[in-house]
Design a protein around this ligand. Sequence first.
Ligand code: P6P
Length: 337
Amino acid sequence: MTKTITLGQFIIEKQADFPYAKGELSRLLRDIGIAAKIVNREVNKAGLVGILGDNGTTNVQGEGQKKLDVYADEQFISALRSGGECCVVASEEHDDCIFINSEISQNAKYIVCIDPLDGSSNIDVNVSVGTIFSIYRRTAVNGPVQPSEILQKGTQQVAAGYVIYGSSTMLVYTTGKGVNGFTLDPSIGEFCLSHPNMQIPRIGTIYSINEGNYIKFPQGVKDYIKYCQVEDGATLRPFTSRYIGSMVADVHRNLIKGGVFLYPTTSSHTQGKLRLMYECNPLALIIEQAGGKATDGFRRILEIQPEDLHQRTPIFIGNIEMVEKVEEFVQLSEVEA
Ligand code: P6P
């Protein structure tokens, strides 16, 4: 019988990885874990209480907000506000950053970018949804937080993670020293270590893309999709197509089984659809830490210098070998264009 290690115990044990840490990051991760359990409770009973359906409002993206979108956003912001370790929250659900100017947060040194409930269009049909978070340290020692402190490259993240509300609820995170996964045990209300030191399989045979957009894709992506479908035993093709439409779920599956997730530019999303700060950067850090790769077809996602809080980027993320094959097609078609 292996010893049960809870998320809280694990965070404290790993605190030694950061000799100068005084526990603030540990407490911040704990606060996020608590909010995740509260959101999980509502997601799991969404069909039973009046929390399904539209909220009748739209977010900064102009997307209709689901009641659970708003609920999740409120819960994570409340946990970060009361935890005292976070000075700014940038949420998908808000146009501008939320500055936390409370007495307990006056010396807070962390900035959190969050997508409180990603894939929420799937909620009403009982498909996995997720929370994605990214944590940066302030670059100034004190004084009001400047925009440059918020728009940091993904390489500057001190931690990143996601929660997937699926057949079980898992919290997966990294502080730059490997990736660990925790499964929520409802009988004790704790996230317990279930996937230590996660590594993406070196070989992948799953490609994940919304092929309904095929005619809108760049030629290189079209060529890659056809490459996946060609019979070639030596390269394990044809690959399997799997697309959930919830980025956390698609990336999590590939982390476990191997594969590549693609959300390229399209004629209707000329910069890509997925957001850099609170979707692509955190998932890119996790996948890189798990031995994979994440690019926009030309550049490492984590090296993109953000210009705007809600900016979008194309993303190809998964096994190194599969991502590099996508890059090959994308870059070749650029040269030929
Ligand atoms: P499409 C969900 O709305 C989301 O932001 C991601 O979770 C998901 O990967 C993507 O959009 C799905 O987009 O255009 O395929 O419906």
